[in-house]
Design a protein around this ligand. Structure first.
Ligand SMILES: Nc1ncnc2c1ncn2[C@@H]1O[C@H](COP(=O)(O)OP(=O)(O)OP(=O)(O)O)[C@@H](O)[C@H]1O
Ligand SMILES: [Mg+2]
Length: 340
């Protein structure tokens, strides 16, 4: 994402069809050196809007968008295959906890997408990225990838490159979809930050459900007053987080998060891939991984190492974050096109 606080006002006539942040990231980093056929950048065709986006404010959707509603909508970002006549469709796992208010001003202060807010450059950037990810999810479903099709891992080589920032914005963008909902999972067990960023109360989370078989992970999910947005806290800390994530129980717990809800997308905000192992473990459970590359910080070597660690995931993509002006005044990665 561009450093939105420094986002330039475009010159008249400057706007032009742009590459998405995923495409721009591919252009800035040498992916041929990774020589990994599993990686495709970008993996899905970019969908460019043919008409201008709707004017702000975005029409509020129903305050309650239960999973059943998302699952039964006729048209969807992730087209649901018609189940075979005799297929057993599991009952949807609904998240029934109280809905907590999210302070929109707080989101604005942190440079995050504000639900029901104006259509900003930031929102537009994440809309494009979201569309790519949703299309890839639909492709994965068609390829019978199972629940992994609905899971997206956000990672990066190092701390501070914008994983949480991008995971939050992506979740907020997907929550605005009419027929999808999103569960944002704080999978940075050692340094969780989703709850504090959103101003949500603490509580048990994913790691608790992995450690204790009597805990139903669905009971740990927090509702929010942002329609379609749910949050799963990281839960208790343990020195064995990787072992729990690689256990057979992990597969069951994660499966529960999308059971009977084909339109639910699960986004995992992970710790840095080069600093902690959970990202690599989670990569084995997801259909897509997005590696955040911070324009001014991430190096090619670190990127290659991180992508290599995530090779449990068949689709690894890059996303360029925090592109800024160069001293010369030229800029790269800004909303209105690459010019660096
Ligand atoms: N594009 C951006 N524009 C403005 N601020 C940003 C941008 N990307 C990240 N930041 C800010 O940079 C800081 C670090 O980002 P963030 O916490 O998302 O990184 P992280 O990769 O999750 O770090 P960690 O590995 O420590 O969890 C945060 O204060 C965040 O708000
Ligand atoms: Mg983080």
């Amino acid at each position: 994402m561009t450093e939105h606080s420094k986002l330039p006002v475009p010159e008249k006539g400057e706007a032009k069809p742009r590459e998405s942040l995923i495409e721009r990231a591919a252009g800035r980093f040498d992916f041929t050196r990774l020589s990994r056929p599993a990686i495709s950048i970008p993996p899905v065709p970019l969908v460019r809007p043919v008409a201008p986006p709707p004017a702000a404010p975005v029409k509020p959707v129903d305050p309650v968008k239960p999973a059943t509603q998302a699952a039964s909508a006729a048209s969807a970002a992730i087209p649901a295959e018609a189940p075979a006549q005799d297929a057993v469709v599991p009952a949807p796992v609904l998240f029934e906890g109280p809905r907590h208010p999210i302070d929109r001003e707080r989101l604005r202060d942190q440079g995050l997408i504000v639900p029901e807010g104006a259509v900003t450059a930031l929102l537009e950037e994440f809309r494009i990225v979201k569309r790519q990810l949703l299309m890839q999810a639909a492709d994965l479903r068609r390829q019978n990838a199972g629940a992994a099709a609905q899971r997206v891992l956000i990672s990066s080589p190092h701390p501070g490159e914008g994983k949480t920032y991008c995971a939050l914005n992506l979740a907020l963008a997907i929550a605005a979809e009419k027929e999808s909902e999103v569960l944002l999972v704080d999978a940075d067990f050692a340094k969780p930050s989703i709850l504090s960023t959103l101003g949500l109360p603490g509580g048990p989370g994913l790691m608790d459900a992995l450690m204790d078989e009597t805990i139903d992970v669905a009971d740990c999910v927090l509702g929010t007053d942002v329609p379609g947005l749910w949050v799963l806290p990281a839960g208790d800390t343990t020195v064995n987080d990787s072992e729990y994530l690689s256990s057979s129980r992990a597969a069951q717990v994660l499966a529960r998060l999308t059971e009977g809800t084909p339109r639910r997308i699960v986004i995992f905000d992970s710790p840095p891939a080069l600093a902690a192992s959970p990202a690599a473990e989670l990569a084995k459970h997801v259909g897509q991984a997005v590696v955040i590359v911070r324009a001014d910080r991430t190096g090619q070597g670190a990127l290659e190492d991180a992508v290599s660690l995530l090779d449990g995931c068949p689709n690894v993509q890059l996303m360029l974050n925090a592109a800024q002006f160069s001293p010369s005044g030229r800029r790269f990665g800004a909303y209105y096109g690459y010019s660096g």
